[in-house]
Design a protein around this ligand. Structure first.
Ligand code: ADP
Ligand code: C5P
Ligand code: MG
Length: 199
């Protein structure tokens, strides 16, 4: 009694944010390999939900085609389920929170505060180039939907980054560089200071 049981221990969460095509998924794969996190992409979970034939599938598909943000309730349930099923206690949550509603609802429901926010800063022209050559067969990787996603990013997602910045929690990365150079900057953030080797 009065002690915190294992079941109550909160997992460590890092939010990975950045515009569409800034390289979040690419760098998360690198972080998983080197630092033992579990990568949860909100977009990937929503796309899997469409494929599974869930009752929310059609709604999610329509929102994604329009570049709109799916109601938090749906996305948070998918994130919570994936966290439970992973067996891990440290997570990269990629592409979430995407708006103020996502942010406030996640905090209210899970009581989890992110350790920090990894923010990939990339010019729009470069993000557009990357998305148009991504070739993953995504229904939202067309110029019309890309424009809508950029607008949503500027209007709804950047304010979330600013919110965490005001709390000193944002680690901003120049994401316009090569995959290797970006990962060097990422590694510097994930490597504890005492382990960094002086050059
Ligand atoms: P996000 O998850 O942020 O939308 P992705 O990781 O899917 O972005 O990257 C978008 C596309 O750009 C992919 O085709 C990926 O291979 C490519 N890419 C990712 N990072 C870089 C980079 N630093 N330089 C050039 N291309 C990149
Ligand atoms: O992050 P990703 O580019 O994979 O997201 C694709 C789409 O999934 C977004 O444009 C949005 O429609 C939806 N999404 C969402 N809520 C999130 C993350 C993604 O509605 N938190
Ligand atoms: Mg992605």
């Amino acid at each position: 009694m009065g002690t915190v049981s294992d079941a109550e221990k909160k997992p460590a969460v890092i939010f990975v944010l950045g515009g569409p095509g800034s390289g979040k998924g690419t760098q998360c794969a690198n972080i998983v390999e080197h630092f033992g996190y579990t990568h949860l992409s909100a977009g990937d979970l929503l796309r899997a939900e469409i494929k599974s034939g869930s009752e929310n599938g059609t709604m999610i598909q329509n929102m994604i085609k329009e570049g709109k943000i799916v109601p938090s309730e749906v996305t948070i349930k998918l994130l919570q389920k994936a966290m439970q099923e992973s067996g891990n206690d440290k997570f990269l949550i990629d592409g979430f929170p995407r708006n103020e509603e996502n942010r406030a609802a996640f905090e209210a429901v899970t009581k989890i505060e992110p350790a920090f926010v990894l923010f990939f800063n990339c010019p729009e022209e470069e993000m557009e180039r990357r998305i148009l050559s991504r070739n993953q067969g995504r229904e939202d990787d067309n110029i019309e939907t890309i424009r809508k996603r950029f607008n949503v990013f500027l209007e709804s997602s950047l304010p979330v980054v600013e919110y965490y910045d005001s709390k000193g929690k944002v680690r901003k990365i120049d994401a316009a560089k090569s995959v290797e150079e970006v990962f060097e900057a990422v590694k510097a953030i994930f490597t504890p200071k005492e382990e960094k080797v002086a050059v």
